[in-house]
Design a protein around this ligand. Sequence first.
Ligand SMILES: Cc1ncc(COP(=O)(O)O)c(C=O)c1O
Length: 392
Amino acid sequence: MFFSMFELSKSRRLASLPPYLFEEMDRRKEEARRAGRDIIDLGVGDPIEGPLPEIVEALARASSRPDVHGYSTAGTRELREAIAAWFERRFGVRLDPWEEVVPLIGSKEGLAHLPLALADPGDRVLVPDPGYPVYRSATSFAGAEPVRWPLDPGAGFLPDLDAGEKARAKLAFLNYPNNPTSATAGADFYAKAVTFARRTGTLLVNDAAYSEVTFDGYRAPSLLATDGAREVAVEIHSLSKTFHMTGWRVGFAAGARRAIAALREFKANVDSGIFKPIQFAAAEALSLHYERAATAVRGYYLLRRDRAVEGLRRAGCPIEPPKATFFLWAPVPAGTGSLAFAGRLLDEEGVVVAPGVGFGPGGEGYVRLSMTNSVEAIEEAVARIARMAPWK
Ligand SMILES: Cc1ncc(COP(=O)(O)O)c(C=O)c1O
């Protein structure tokens, strides 16, 4: 008989991550689905429409070539040049396609690897709270210390730059337009952030995954367009949201040469690049289809945002229409926790939303509703929420 003493434990770094608070909601959602309940999911932010057909055709065309199936560690020249050209057209910033750009296997990959490429145990990393959970987990994986950087609703969900400066951090994550709060940052905020980064030697990392999902004539600025930013900042972009290509896994990091070089070196050790046909199609998307794709995407979410905000306001929820992202950050009724409120919406009305506390303790008091569902589903979900009249 074979007797094994083999016992496998998680690494200390993996075990050190805070509990995944969406797990409870995921479990309850699955249970409700299995029980045959009619569930409307506004919890996850994954677009339901695919990319423009021209982009899919570019992928099909490229993948039928025999010479595109090898490794592509450094990224193709076509994609790097298309990224630099798009960045210059969009933000007026001219980047060196080799020294100031690195293609990513989705922006999440770059966000996860930057702390590993740049931070050591003992280094501090400023992590917005609430925030996209990857900033914190990546910092922990690097053995560095995540420092909570609260986003204050009273300050437009911008972090306190004086507190940031005092932290003497190696890296500081920013994320505008913001998930989960939908807040935006102006050029004045970026200018102050760059001043603090230059004074303290902190690298600013702005996650701009939602830079193109904007409404009412608002266009998000690039941090890299700020005077002096290019030595002290990196901006992370994604094709996922702009082009509805979430599953394709393509994005890029741009900015400070030393940071880009370190990330490129790190990545050479852990991945071997993006499938070349995806790179060709992504280059074509940026060069030829950006305006049309972005217009279509903005149109989808504008209509849904307006319908949802209208319905929520009628239900008594004090919410303003956001200028960017496909999320609504709705305050929960007084005296309710975000997890309890999300649980109640699911149990009583079959509507799934993300509890704010899942994005960090600073998200308590809010739930996030994603507009990546059909307008009919969103209207039905909002009508169900209104039926509960939780804010009245
Ligand atoms: C703020 C933020 N950054 C990055 C990402 C990751 O996007 P990608 O598909 O480019 O990895 C997401 C995805 O939800 C996000 O919300």
